[in-house]
Design a protein around this ligand. Sequence first.
Ligand code: GLU
Length: 446
Amino acid sequence: MTVKTRFAPSPTGFLHVGNARTAIITWLFTRANNGHFLLRIDDTDRERSKDEYEQAIEDGMTWLGLNWDEKANQKDRMDRYAEVIEKLKADGRLYACYETPEELGLKRKTQLSRGIPPTYDRAGLSLTDEQIAKYEAEGRTPHWRFKLLHEPIEWNDLIRGEVAFKGEDLSDPVVLREDGTPLYHLCSVIDDIDFEITHVVRGEDHVSNTATHVQMFEAISGKAPDFAHLALISDAEGGKLSKRLGSLSVKDIQNDDGLEAMSINSLMARLGTSDPIEAYTDLQPLIDSFDFSKFSRSTPKFDPDELVRLNARILYDTPFEAVKERLAEDGLSEIDEAYWLAVRPNLEKLGDAKSWWEMTNGTVTPVIEADDKDFIATAATLLPDAPWNDTTWKEWTGKIKEGTDRKGKGLFMPLRKALTGMEHGPELANLLPLLGPEKTKKRLAA
Ligand code: GLU
């Protein structure tokens, strides 16, 4: 059996972290099984779906390195949905309902106030011809529901294990709107059947939808695929993701935060699993170690700071060739391999390279207070011989301590101000070799 999966975003917004996580996990599972990955755009909602979002989803996936073997849009499959809908009507599995949203709301309220679960009461099933004629005369058009069988619904979830529902506890889902447009549930099931999807991976917020889908699969094709429902991510405190964090998009992470795609891949592939979260510069080890049995049912905590930590580690492992072009685009075409190797341990984000470059190669106005003049002059005479490396700072300040009466802040702050023109900034031990003897002497002599 060839594993066939799909990632099915709705193009009603940008690809956000939760969605991206589903995409990453589905993709890793597929590639680990030499499977086939379908990008399905769930755009039946024509009002809310936008081309711009569809493009952003594709761009986000491409940036993350998640390629797809096939792409489909639900909007192109309306004829097929209509065909299945007619068949289900003929089979007596769809029935017409005439309630307005207000009437449904009222029913729910009454049920809740009586302590009854707010499932649909199936009034549509027992309408008489006169009632239907009356509704139609009022100008009402029906919406249609899928009639669930009142029997146990069970599946063995790849993450949640045995899942069981009772058909009678669930509302018959609406599958066709008043205006004749089909809704996500049925379209999704028809697609999963037609594209021969073997594994459906999605968030656990879909578990009860899945229960109704199982019966739709059975009604249309006789069998359902396997399911894996991922525990939803929470914020660092274990609460629901805030609106801000929940809507944090891949685009923001890429453009505003300037993080590497592999920092998201590294985090999302391992979050909530028994494997350690580690920084990877390549997807292959994440494919190789992928296994649904490592995923926990409990809510994993998403901490954006962790992305930054991973990002720093990824940059530390990134060769010059991999960033050369991006540095040049950022106006840093003069950075060469030696400079990159020296600066990369200091970067949280690639964009930080710019401030390092300005600090070491731009125009810095050294600040030397009157009281520090002699001290700086002496320090300049004690500079170690080239070549400089990451131990040069220690060697130099060791000599300064012996040769002057300065120590602690009184020693390093004047040096910092002379070398960088500022009171805060990068570790001087890291800065010194990047600056090199010539510029260092020049700044100390300013
Ligand atoms: N478009 C649905 C969503 O984004 C797809 C859910 C699914 O079937 O995977 O929630």
